[in-house]
Design a binder for this molecule. Structure first.
Ligand code: PEP
Ligand code: MN
Length: 239
């Protein structure tokens, strides 16, 4: 079996206690990146992540010799992380990603520009609506921002269902499209079964299904006590 890239951790970085526990588990599991996500896009106002106040949690992760990963909403977030997190440990790399809801091409290009750094990787997720043309467009925009293809990853997280949702997933996967985008762009393609599935049961089912395709990695939400999670409680697995 090929060596898959594994990113896992809580939906949102909620507290120091949870992240210290996650660091321990992630090291034991040999993860490539720990999710320490600071900025959360939300459908309704609520817990939007710790934001800048949580940077110390990425520093803790780096100090422990583990690579941290977080969503970023603005180019300023990337600049701040580069300044504050990378100097803590010269041997770690930082992964930042653009989420499915951050669909402003000016911001996407600016985030990619800010992420140009030898120790930073950028991941882009597909947008929420079902369109291959749009998905490829996001990739063109970030490449215009100057990010190297060697530092760029793509991630499939399904598309918002339209009408009757017979599959019962939170978002509908299109594995064939993901493979087409991988082939056309030549970029590594990860799969996020958590935001696709929406429930822990679906996550397990989708991982099995995705194994039939040539994905290059997985990003999975894992929380020490999912029921108590401040965001996406139904879909998080335990360590
Ligand atoms: C996330 O990964 O934290 C997230 C919000 O997912 P998506 O952008 O796929 O909705
Ligand atoms: Mn989530």
């Amino acid at each position: 079996m090929k060596d898959l890239l594994f990113i896992a951790g809580p939906c949102a970085a909620e507290s120091k206690e949870i992240i210290l526990h996650s660091i321990h588990q992630a090291k034991k599991a040999g993860l490539d990146y720990l999710r320490v996500s600071l900025w959360k896009p939300r459908t309704q106002p609520g817990f939007e992540g710790l934001g800048e106040k949580g940077i110390s949690l990425l520093q803790e992760t780096a100090k422990a010799g583990l690579n941290p990963a977080t969503e970023v909403m603005l180019p300023e977030h990337v600049t701040l992380l580069i300044k504050k997190v990378l100097p803590v440990n010269e041997s770690i790399t930082l992964l930042v990603w653009i989420g499915a809801r951050n669909q402003n091409h000016i911001i996407q290009r600016a985030i990619a520009k800010a992420a140009v750094h030898p120790r930073v990787r950028l991941m882009v997720k597909n947008q929420i609506w079902h369109s291959q043309k749009h998905w490829e467009g996001i990739i063109h925009y970030v490449l215009e921002g100057g990010i190297s293809r060697k530092k760029l990853l793509v991630c499939h997280r399904g598309f918002a269902p339209i009408g009757k949702n017979q599959q019962g997933y939170r978002n509908i996967p299109n594995f064939k499209m993901a493979m087409d985008v991988k082939k056309i762009t030549g970029l590594p393609m990860l799969f996020d079964p958590s935001h696709t599935g929406g429930t822990a049961e679906n996550v397990k089912k989708l991982v099995q299904e995705a194994m039939r395709y040539d994905f290059d990695g997985l990003m999975i939400e894992v929380h020490p006590s999912p029921k108590k999670a401040l965001t996406d409680a139904q879909q998080q697995l335990t360590w």
